[in-house]
Write a protein that binds this ligand. Sequence first.
Ligand SMILES: [Zn+2]
Length: 384
Amino acid sequence: MPSFHDEDAPNAGISSTAWHPPPPPSIVVPKIEVTEELLRALPKTDLHCHLDGSMRLKTILELAQKQGVKLPADTEEGLGKAIHKGEICKDLEDYLVAFDVTCSVLQTEEALYRAAYELGVDASAEGVRYLEVRYAPVLHQARGLKLTHIIDSVLEGLRAAKHETRIKYGVILCGIRHMSPETSLRLAELCVAYKNRGVVGFDLAGAEANFPAKEHRQAFQLILKNNVNCTAHAGEAYGPESIGQALHYLGAHRIGHGVRLREDGDLLNYVNDHRIPLECCPSSNVQTRAVDDMKTHPLKFYFDYGLRVTINTDNRLITDTTVSREYLIAHQQLGLSLEDLTTIMVSGFKSAFLPFREKQDLLRAVNTEIDSTLRAFEKKSLAK
Ligand SMILES: [Zn+2]
């Protein structure tokens, strides 16, 4: 009988060879300057993007006027200030106040259609090839809209954006932590009904502290039983135990943020070993004070350690950002190289809530596009 000592165990110890993330196949990354122009041209995903946090300011003002809704300000500048656009907030709760403003004008089918359409167009314009838009349908019922009409309006808006720009999309419906578990269950039922009809996943959003994920496990059980993808906001405003609950009680396939995962090495390794993607949103984390400042954001540590990280916007309007800008920040402030960034771009497509075969086709096209874009920018830089 062979005897195994600890050091003989298959997974014991740490390899003496340093781990390096493999570059996407067949892509040789040239030494060129990383500019916002280059990052906008490269194909990207945005997997964590809230509809109600990503509207155009002008649209909010126009919708409010049309609907007779009173806003805290009637100019783009004033409204931007009122919703803390791009400013650091006191905490997550302070940050969430902006959604009262945006949701006040998102109570008609026309408004939901427009917000979804414009988001698809805006994302496409900065090189997003695949967009997952998330929102909580229950927040759009203040004027009595039916949940089905809300979902249909958003899907139609995105369909129109796809028709015009060829952007691929999927919708994630959100349950809200501070609402009742019954509400989450109702939303999960809708998610199941709309599976393969534009809705690709379920999420749990809202204030993390005092509202544990496990309360909503019945909703997630329905989701999992029906083979629907799911993710959950966790480890943003609360510790790693929140991430543990999202994974082990809810069965989350991805984690939204996961900033505080670094506090629990064991869970960190679990997430790494199971290739569970993290939906990182660096600027949003600074704005909500989930991290002290950008320099202390764990994105680079996670990437260097081998975790499957993706870069996303969270809320394009409230955080005043785009995916391209988040990539630029990751390069300029966190020190990720162009090779690192292209690896993360590919990880975004790998982590999409898409059927595997469709994903493979998309990945092939994306690899070719990354390669040709890099070559074109290399040529341009040599000609200078
Ligand atoms: Zn979010």
